[in-house]
Design a protein around this ligand. Structure first.
Ligand SMILES: *Cc1c(COP(=O)(O)O)cnc(C)c1O
Length: 445
């Protein structure tokens, strides 16, 4: 067992240090140039909210590996269950010879996801694969083909999910042709909504439902899929009433309403799922990222009749619901429950908003602060306008990195800084990171 790392920031060298810099040449020679990199250091070990690199720098992790290590890196319950599982067996394929871990994760999902109706689940390897399965199942169930998606959406990088995703660069450019029967609708993005802010929800619902009825025909729509808080699009929170309105339209037209909770789920937003906030009960919910403490696992959970509509053998995959990933998920769920991490996310929201408002009071380039729980973002603009300011974003992020704070970006206009800390981060560590961020604005803006 590795010793738990001190939960403090520490700079042993410059970032990147000499060992990371040397390793980057090997990365460049061996690894596809198509992969990006947020911070040019090589990680040696990690624990809680700290990443330690091979030069001995301890970096505060405000990204959780893109919202994955919600329970902290190498969380003790995850590690213990994984060690036990890997020693017991590594793989059988669930559709060859089943095992309890898979069943238990499905039971937990069916119990925890919103909706008092009977539910069933399947497990996959990645968010994109789960989204693909969700669409496939919804089409089979409804015997319809059209899929409704939204502006600023991100649903993955496979062929179908690229088509569902909104942003061209970097996700889609040159990677087509894309799947057909996908229809993109306007999203009520409050900060950039040009209509009346007072009636944004009604107006947006009217636009979307009219477009669906006139341009597709509601009876042709298999599913409406939406992220309850948009992730890569820049943590856009749909205005209150929009998700319930969409859900009731879907219900009226026998359309499967799918919540893509891959980024917003698993305690991240201060509820188990972001849809809990408005008591929305999606017909289908897609989860991944925060589900298994870092091991690759994803799921589709839906009304039992939808999940049972596919013929036997119609669903599956070699690795989906791997026993070690299932053990990790059970350890992760147990950690969220035992350590009250749902509550903790709400506490983190307060710390984040307080600190970010204080920075914004000095820096008019922070045009918007938004999000919920430990899923919070700031949108950067040129002072006195709403013109995106990706240049300032890059400077701020770079400064934070140089001081040992890892922060991720997002946004359709490349101007959003997003905060996705592990929920186990201490107040002291989070405040230390936010102090560095404040400094970054002082020196960059
Ligand atoms: C990350 C993400 C996906 C894709 O998940 P992968 O595991 O990267 O395939 C899908 N939907 C949302 C909302 C995401 O944030």
């Amino acid at each position: 067992m590795t010793e738990e790392l001190a939960q403090t920031r520490h700079l042993a060298t410059e970032i990147p240090g000499p060992l990371s810099t040397a390793a980057m040449q090997r990365r460049k020679d061996a690894v596809s140039g198509g992969l990006g990199m947020a911070i040019p250091v090589i990680i040696k070990c990690a624990s809680g909210a700290i990443l330690e690199d091979i030069d001995g720098n301890r970096i505060i992790d405000l990204g959780s590996g893109i919202g994955v290590t919600t329970v902290g890196n190498s969380a003790p319950r995850v590690v213990a269950r994984v060690q036990e599982a890997v020693a017991a067996f590594t793989h059988t394929n669930f559709t060859t010879a089943p095992y309890m871990g898979y069943i238990e994760v499905c039971e937990a999902l069916n119990r925890m996801t919103p909706g008092s109706f009977a539910k069933k689940s399947i497990l996959q390897n990645s968010g994109a694969e789960a989204v693909e399965n969700a669409i496939k199942i919804a089409r089979h169930y409804t015997k319809r083909q059209a899929i409704v998606v939204f502006e600023h959406a991100y649903h993955g990088r496979t062929n179908l999910t690229m088509a569902l995703t909104a942003k061209n660069i970097p996700y889609k450019d040159g990677f087509g042709p894309f799947a057909s029967e996908i229809y993109r609708m306007p999203l009520p993005y409050a900060y950039r909504w040009t209509g009346n802010p007072e009636t944004i929800t009604e107006d947006a619902l009217k636009i979307v439902t009219t477009k669906i009825e006139k341009e597709i025909g509601a009876h042709n729509v298999a599913a409406i899929i939406i992220e309850p808080i948009l992730g890569e699009g820049g943590f856009i929170v749909p205005p209150k009433g929009f998700l319930p309105g969409l859900q009731s339209f879907a219900t009226d037209h026998k359309i499967v309403f799918i919540a893509d909770e891959v980024q917003s789920g698993f305690a991240r937003t201060g509820d188990w799922f972001a849809v809990n906030n408005e008591n929305v009960e999606p017909d289908m919910i897609v989860t991944a990222k925060g589900i298994a403490g870092g091991l690759p696992l994803a799921a589709v959970t839906a009304r039992a009749e939808i999940m049972d509509s596919s013929h036997v053998g119609g669903l599956g995959g070699t690795y989906g619901g791997n026993p070690i990933a299932c053990a990790a998920a059970l350890g992760s769920i147990e950690t969220i429950e035992q350590e009250n991490l749902v509550e903790r996310a709400r506490h983190i929201e307060k710390i984040l908003f307080t600190a970010l408002r204080a920075i914004a009071a000095k820096h008019p380039e922070i045009g918007d602060i938004r999000g919920r729980g430990a899923m919070v973002a700031i949108e950067l603009v040129k002072a006195g306008s709403k013109d995106p300011n990706p240049e300032l974003m890059a400077k701020v992020i770079k400064y934070c990195q140089s001081k040992g704070v890892l922060i991720l970006t997002a946004g359709s206009y490349g101007n959003v800084i997003r905060f996705l800390p592990p929920l186990v981060i201490s107040d002291a560590l989070l405040n230390d990171a936010l102090g560095v961020l404040a400094e970054a604005f002082d020196v960059s803006a």
